[in-house]
Design a protein around this ligand. Structure first.
Ligand code: LHQ
Length: 258
């Protein structure tokens, strides 16, 4: 299996699983990934997603052997339109938090899949490479959208053109990712984060995500109006009621995701 899916309590764990090929992405892997993201959207028991890679790498992007095989290369339009873009949109549109646990190098399309996740953490020895320019391509999988918004136009453009290897620590310092954990703590610390998110008010987190998605393009007026709408929806959830009640009653909240 090139990609693994496990439900552990209320967290869905998705593991890219071609370790000997640095978890590079084939057509089969991309389609199965989409299926698993659909499962995450459909299954109400799932309240957070944890995405990681097996072995030394997170993922090295498109499998370059696949695209150099004329019988397997489907062309850019299909590869981007049918393999990668739906993955990015499914992650962004999922009304649940997605943690990218970047366990090693993340290159090409896979660096940008990681950056499209909600909370991106990395192990200290991991790195991020916009590898595209080195083979004459442009950053895809929303790299040209998220990277300038994350790190600023100048830094993003230089990284895209030069294809520099950015260490996890540098990525954290420039705001590309949320946090770095030491290698020996990474597995447990990153997993804990997903478990913590899964126990929070799921609908509220989904509305936060919706608001942030929209804020990337909205005017101030549009965003303020959207905040009214989404705050009203958040305020109608059971978890909002539980959050306020537990505070007043001086007890720990028990959020159900409803
Ligand atoms: C790989 C790959 C790989 C296959 C490592 N494929 N085997 C979209 C649409 C259509 C077309 C094109 O692209 C896209 C989007 C993209 O993602 S384009 C960018 C594609 N990715 C890259 O250009 C990165 C290629 N990989 C690398 O530069 C290096 O492997 C990195 C820097 C990631 C890691 O370097 P090392 O730590 O030195 O490892 P390595 O190079 O020795 O790789 C380990 C193994 O993984 C090796 O296998 P082998 O059997 O030879 O030992 C590599 O061949 C294999 N591998 N990336 N993308």
């Amino acid at each position: 299996m090139e990609i693994l899916f496990e439900k552990i309590g209320t967290v869905a764990k998705i593991t890219l699983n071609r370790p000997e090929k640095f978890n590079s992405v084939t057509k089969e892997l991309a389609f199965k990934f989409q299926d698993y993201l659909d499962t995450c959207a459909r299954d109400e028991e799932i309240r957070a997603v944890y995405l990681t890679g097996n072995g030394r790498a997170f993922s090295a992007g498109q499998d370059l052997v696949e695209i150099t095989d004329p019988e397997r290369n489907r062309g850019f339009e299909k590869i981007l339109g049918e393999h990668y873009n739906p993955i990015i949109l499914k992650i962004r549109n999922l009304k649940k938090p997605v943690v990218a646990a970047v366990n090693g190098v993340a290159a090409g399309a896979s660096a940008n899949i990681a950056l499209a996740c909600d909370v991106v953490v990395a192990t200290e020895s991991a790195s991020f490479i916009q590898a595209f320019s080195k083979i004459g391509l442009i950053p895809d999988s929303a790299g040209t959208y998220f990277l300038p918004r994350l790190v600023g136009y100048q830094k993003a453009l230089a990284l895209a053109m030069l294809g520099d290897k950015v260490s996890a620590k540098e990525a954290e310092a420039m705001g590309m990712i949320y946090k770095v954990f030491p290698d020996e703590e990474f597995g447990e610390a990153s997993w804990k984060l997903a478990v913590k998110l899964a126990a929070m008010p799921t609908k509220g987190l989904g509305f936060i995500k919706e608001a942030f998605n929209a804020s990337l393009d909205n005017s101030l007026e549009e965003q303020l109006a959207l905040e009214i709408k989404l705050q009203t929806q958040s305020g109608a959830t059971e978890d909002y009621f539980e959050g306020v009640s537990s505070f007043v009653e001086k007890r720990k909240p028990n959020f159900t995701g409803k």
